[in-house]
Design a binder for this molecule. Structure first.
Ligand code: FAD
Ligand code: DLZ
Length: 550
């Protein structure tokens, strides 16, 4: 777009998950440039976000705006209830104005338009923005040049190790896009945990997962979490969220999360010192009353921009060099970040927008209500959902093998499941949530991301957790009203989807076992499963219903 500006200043826009001073949209910023940040309604309700997530993002945004202003930048900020953006200074976030102007802009586009209208038509030479994390937002930004008649520069998000373009090149050259091969490329690229020849992995192997997956003992001690007392800025946000999102999912308080880079760095240090050494051993373990175990809980702080993936990985690698953490833990942890995290982002941008619509199993069951309430007699599900309501966090195996596993087994519509995950977790933005949910947990992409569906019977949950001991269902029973529903649902899943799955080479053993079942066994599995799904639709609680009948 050709435009001869009267002024040479740029409007630099920062989105709610771009809170990093290293952001490409802030590179080479000039004193006359202006920064715009916006709290807008449309971003708070495209899914019904957890109250803690909204507060975390708003408080993070406000603290970041103050930091940039303190550094001398001209920062303008639109709070949720204000009709226009105001220049940021210490007083802006002190009190809330709960009398919103009728015309409060609802979307990023409206808020930018309002801001531009306030200025002289030719005030800005261009808009500069870092590529967003969601396809939906990218499409919106791409309309701005036409709408506002001003050039819009969309810059690469250099917070990632692998650019979208480089991932496409990597993917284009191969038939199979397995994460493990991508991960090896990232190890070589970053030099993390590489031998002195820069080609071979430290310790002689790329992956030490066979040393992981232990179950904790009953008296296992888990380090307590770091907690932060809300300051005045956060208190203002909590008041706002309490007033405007009073029926939002999840507990807003206590709110003890880090809301600045400095606080997130303390969480990183705490993880490296106290959890990393055991991260590998207990990566897949689940324990009643515990949400974090030896996980880092860094995803939310990483995805919002407080921390960078490389600084986290270097801190972990340094702990290994100093003999403070074993290789299986450090390698496993680094793989999650430079492997899985970068890989799922690559898949998202490679496959959108079609990816979001995939439904390999044609699953249509609605999401059970108890995903929002936690009220179910299945102990594993009630534990994970209650913890999610409390913290807006849950570790990987809880998301994959409890809530994800169950949704896949009963055949919930992938789009409903994805919306739930996008809403309830602090770290959820579509670029990372969608491939994990639709691809990894639900196999709705038919095996593009994973080679077989991640489903399990109750035995796996029993092995990795202490949930089953206090559940009213019996994990050892396979059939009948007292049997753990995961048991018959597991076999029913494979029987129902035989035409789609039986040729999968990784499922040969499963279908051999099914072929050894007699007709009656199969019939019982299918009957119990059909009853279970029907009861879920009607009563939300299978066990209670059956007990009443018996
Ligand atoms: P740790 O176990 O300490 O792992 C370290 C870091 O590795 C994490 O902080 C995270 O940045 C990264 N990581 C680990 N696994 C993955 C993965 N599969 N994909 C991407 N990054 C990974 N992660 C999100 O960040 N946002 C999401 O919205 C999200 N949705 C998920 C939905 C489902 C159904 C599943 C199965 C997984 C999802 N994950 C998501 C991945 C993973 O569960 C979380 O990153 C992890 O639980 C965050 O906790 P943590 O920081 O303690 O992780
Ligand atoms: C998730 C979220 C919420 C709740 N609110 C805002 C907001 O008011 N302003 C903002 O800039 N971003 C918000 N976000 C994050 C965005 O919805 C979106 O996920 C990211 O910008 C990724 O494109």
């Amino acid at each position: 777009m050709n435009k001869s500006p009267l002024c040479s200043s740029a409007l630099r826009i920062i989105l709610g998950d771009q809170l990093s001073e290293e952001l490409s949209a802030l590179k080479n910023i000039k004193p006359e440039d202006q920064i715009l940040m916006m709290e807008v309604w449309d971003e708070t309700n495209y899914v019904p976000h957890h109250a803690k997530k909204i507060a975390f993002i708003f408080s993070g945004m406000r603290h970041f705006a103050l930091k940039l202003a303190e550094k001398g930048h001209q920062v303008f900020y639109k709070t949720l209830l204000a009709d226009k953006a105001q220049k940021v200074d210490q007083s802006l976030f002190v009190s809330n104005n709960f009398n919103p102007h009728e015309l409060t802009p609802r979307s990023f586009t409206e808020a930018v338009e309002n801001f531009l209208n306030e200025k002289n038509n030719s005030f800005f030479e261009k808009i500069v923005i870092t590529e967003p994390g969601e396809y939906r937002v990218l499409k919106l930004i791409q309309t701005w040049e036409g709408l506002f008649k001003i050039p819009v520069e969309i810059l690469e998000d250099t917070r990632f190790i692998c650019s979208i373009k480089d991932f496409k090149t990597w993917a284009g050259a191969r038939k199979s896009l397995r994460m493990e091969f991508f991960y090896r490329e990232m190890r070589k690229k970053t030099g993390l945990l590489m031998d002195t020849d820069e080609k071979s992995p430290l310790g002689g192997a790329w992956n030490f997962d066979h040393d992981n997956r232990k179950t904790p003992k009953d008296n296992q001690h888990f380090p307590s979490e770091l907690k932060f007392t809300p300051d005045q800025v956060t208190i203002g946000v909590l008041e706002l969220v309490q007033t405007c999102f009073s029926s939002a999912f999840g507990q807003l308080k206590p709110f003890e999360l880090p809301v600045t880079r400095e606080q997130a760095l303390l969480v990183l240090k705490d993880f490296i010192d106290n959890r990393l050494p055991y991260f590998g051993d207990f990566q897949d373990a689940m324990v009643l009353g515990e949400n974090q175990l030896f996980h880092s809980t860094l995803s939310g702080y990483l995805n919002i921009g407080f921390l960078s993936p490389l600084e986290i990985c270097h801190a972990a690698a340094e702990a290994y060099q100093q003999s403070l953490a074993p290789l299986n833990a450090v390698e496993g942890f680094i793989r999650q970040i430079i492997g899985w995290r970068e890989y799922v982002r690559g898949i998202y941008w490679l496959k959108m927008p079609e990816y979001k619509t995939l439904n390999f199993f044609n699953a249509k069951q609605p999401l059970p209500d108890f995903y929002w309430t936690g009220n179910t007699s299945m102990r594993c599900l009630s534990h994970v959902i209650q913890m999610t309501k409390q913290d807006a966090q849950s570790h990987h195996i809880q998301r994959l093998m409890v809530t994800g596993n169950f949704a896949l087994l009963i055949g919930v519509s992938p789009q409903e499941v994805c919306d739930w995950y996008l809403a309830v977790y602090l770290d959820a933005y579509e670029w990372v949530e969608l491939p994990n949910t639709l691809g990894m947990a639900l196999f709705a992409d038919g095996g593009f991301l994973g080679s077989k569906p991640y489903v399990s019977s109750g035995a796996y949950i029993d092995k990795m957790s202490n949930f089953c001991k206090s559940c009213i269902y019996q994990v050892k029973k396979k059939i009948g009203p007292e049997a753990c529903p995961f048991n018959y649902l597991y076999w029913d899943f494979f029987i129902r989807h035989k035409p789609l799955l039986e040729k999968n080479p990784r499922l040969g053993i499963v279908y051999q076992q099914i072929s050894r079942m007699n007709l009656e066994q199969k019939q019982m599995i299918q009957n119990d499963s059909a009853n279970f799904r029907q009861n879920l639709l009607e009563t939300q609680d299978f066990y209670g219903e059956l007990k009443n009948k018996n």
